[in-house]
Design a protein around this ligand. Structure first.
Ligand code: PXG
Length: 439
């Protein structure tokens, strides 16, 4: 380990192994990264599911530079600035009908905890203060703050931290290799797993449950698509019992599935929707929680001078983030990026066909895809820690000049939405080469 690497405790990283053989990125443009010694890598991960319009887009760069000089910061409590209001107006035009209020945060984790707090407070405002229970789903990822950690369903992310959010329960996950392996698009089987919510209602009573949070398509755990009919059934059960439905769209928001949001793609509208990442194309931290009018209005009851929601961040609606988000939306609009990955369109079809050509290679037990996102699942290596085979594929691709992401036993592919067909071929041929040579 070089002493220059001692001080930085890296997030979600095997620090000791990494510092023995570091991987560094120093420059990015369009579809590519470059290492400090000038080696080019094709970005098949949109950074970390966030650089949806590709890297260093000139409009966004200029907007940030301009805003830094014009007004670097403005306090967000009891004072506003014009870009925040105009951005909110623009964003709610992109969200599904009815989600027409937006609360700004700085990350996906903050969006999740904000949404959970709003859900609990909403019931209290309506005289149902006993509705505090929150339901997540196994294998879900909702960031790393206390609420998101508790509602998340990935064991390793939870076990060190105790249980400090009371009254949390989980639905089962929807992954079923025995029935759904190598499905293109939504799996046929598993709609009945939504009935887990009825079971939890029977167990806890609906009068104790505030909200259910799910990723409409689970990203971090390795791209799990909702079985056909599953999200609608969750919606119906929530409606029946007065439970709020929260979609965590931190990954699926801003075009990943070929619609602005997964809610539109799947035709199911949640009560609250969390976003981050692609909202600024990943270049300035920002998150958002979209809320139905009626939920917002429940807070607008007390004396007009009272602060209705005692919640917010120093950097909520930060001017630089608002400027970056405006320029990002301009870029998405000009280039039609939010619908470029439309299901059945030429790019999505090419992507799907290319990825599924890897079926039959050694150790590949599943391939899943939708929009411009896919996962390849590997059988775990006997006797090794889970995920090592997928991690070796990641390392092999790194050496071959393609950046992919390993997630447990999966490799996830989620390129910037500007990708061309030749670049899809490069990703897939590199994966094939690496998969054939690892054990
Ligand atoms: N919700 C979802 C659905 C996410 O995917 C978060 C919340 C938290 O966002 P922030 O901005 O607080 O990180 C995320 C984040 C991976 C990976 O390896 C995915 C995320 C973060 C880190 C790694 O897939 N998603």
């Amino acid at each position: 380990m070089t002493s220059k690497m001692d001080a930085f405790w890296m997030p979600f990283t095997a620090n000791r192994e990494y510092k023995q053989s570091p991987r560094l990125l120093a420059k990015a443009q369009g579809m590519h990264y470059w290492t400090p010694d000038g080696r080019e890598l094709l970005d098949a991960t949109a950074g970390l599911w966030c650089v949806n319009a590709g890297h260093a887009r000139p409009r966004i760069v200029q907007a940030i530079a301009h805003q830094a000089a014009e007004m670097d910061f403005a306090p967000p409590f009891q004072i506003g600035h014009p870009l925040a209001f105009s951005l909110a107006e623009r964003l709610v035009k992109l969200t599904p009908e009815g989600l027409n209020k937006v609360f700004f945060t700085n990350s996906g984790s903050e969006s999740v905890d904000t949404a959970l707090k709003i859900a609990i407070a909403y019931h209290r405002m309506r005289g149902e203060a006993q509705r505090t229970r929150l339901i997540g789903r196994e294998r879900g990822y909702h960031g790393v703050n206390f609420g998101g950690t508790a509602l998340g369903g990935l064991g390793p992310n939870r076990k060190l931290f105790g249980s400090h959010v009371a009254g949390v329960d989980h639905l089962r996950h929807t992954h079923d290799l025995s029935r759904n392996a190598f499905t293109k698009g939504q799996p046929e089987h598993g709609v009945e797993l939504a009935d887990d919510l009825e079971r939890l209602v029977t167990l806890h009573d609906a009068s104790t449950i505030a909200a259910v949070i799910v990723e409409p398509m689970a990203g971090s755990t390795g791209v799990l698509l909702p079985p056909k009919g599953y999200l609608q059934r969750l919606r119906d059960i929530c409606d029946k019992h007065g439970i709020l439905l929260i979609f965590d769209e931190v990954i699926t928001g801003f075009g990943r599935l070929g619609s602005p949001f997964a809610a539109q793609h799947y035709g199911v509208t949640p009560d609250l929707l969390t976003a981050a990442k692609g909202i600024t194309n990943g270049c300035i931290p920002m998150g958002a929680v979209f809320v139905k009018q009626g939920i917002h209005d429940a807070f607008m009851q007390g004396p007009p001078g009272a602060i209705e929601l005692p919640h917010g961040y120093t950097y909520s609606a930060h001017p630089m983030a608002c400027a970056a988000a405006h320029a990002t939306l301009d870029t998405y609009e000009d280039e039609g990026l939010l619908t470029r990955a439309t299901q059945g369109g030429p790019l999505q079809t090419k992507f799907e066909t290319a990825l599924h050509s890897l079926e039959g290679l050694p150790h590949v037990v599943d391939i899943r895809n939708t929009g411009l996102v896919a996962a390849i699942e590997f059988a775990p290596r006997a006797g090794a820690a889970p995920g090592r085979r997928a991690f070796d594929v990641f390392l092999g691709c790194w050496d071959e000049g393609v950046l992919v992401r390993s997630a447990g036993d999966n490799i996830a592919i989620s390129p910037p939405l500007i990708i061309d067909e030749g670049q899809i071929d490069q990703i897939v041929s590199t994966l094939a080469k690496v998969i054939k040579r690892i054990d």
